[in-house]
Design a protein around this ligand. Structure first.
Ligand code: AR6
Length: 170
């Protein structure tokens, strides 16, 4: 879907954070503002940071979502530094953390495709392939939503999904 992830009524929204979980720009800034920066920052501080590819949970505070799963995507540095594996790990770990908290519905932004510079279509392919690989083993998760901020991103994601149709719908 296209939209602002901070508005979604889901059990968990995923945040594209940084390793310090210190807040920032992009979707991270929007989530901190909408959740209530002071409370969220205090909760994040207790987590002791988050490694790239991993994910950690906080309450959603003032968000409609019950929880925030903070994950840290890789910074793009040409594609030969394990970026795809790290990005796949973000999606997988975020779903595990959400599932373990009892969530049934989870919304993701396009992790790493803003400030961190991951090429959008390549990142979307990693996202879709990873969801397809891990969701069959997670029946607790009823609905996973990929949220794209702009209409051009949504259209690009739809093109990627079209190219992967043979993989997505066996
Ligand atoms: N709802 C949905 N998607 C959004 C929203 C929103 N409200 N706002 C932005 N996006 P980015 P990254 C999209 O840069 O590349 C932060 O400073 C945006 O269009 O937010 O993983 C952190 O603290 C883009 O497609 O995350 C880190 O330091 C996508 O979200 C760093 O940026 C991700 O862009 C993380 O960089």
């Amino acid at each position: 879907v296209q939209g602002d992830i901070t508005r979604l009524e889901v059990d968990a929204v995923v945040n594209a954070a940084n390793e310090r979980l210190a807040g920032g720009g992009g979707v991270d800034g929007a989530i901190h503002r909408a959740a209530g920066h002071a409370e969220l920052q205090a909760a994040c501080r207790k987590l002791g940071g988050c490694r790239t590819g991993d994910a950690k949970l906080t309450p959603g505070f003032a968000l409609p979502a019950r929880y925030i799963v903070h994950t840290v995507g890789p910074v793009w540095s040409g594609g030969e530094a394990g970026e795809a594996e790290l990005l796949a790990s973000c999606y997988r770990r975020s779903l595990e953390v959400a599932r373990d908290a009892g969530c049934r519905t989870v919304a993701f932004p396009a992790i790493s495709t803003g400030v961190y510079g991951y090429p959008f279509e390549a990142a979307t392919e990693v996202a879709l392939r990873t969801l397809l690989a891990v969701l069959p083993a997670m029946p607790e998760l009823e609905r996973v939503i990929l949220v794209f901020f702009g209409s051009r991103d949504l259209e690009a994601a739809q093109r990627v999904a079209g190219r992967l149709r043979h993989v997505l719908v066996p």
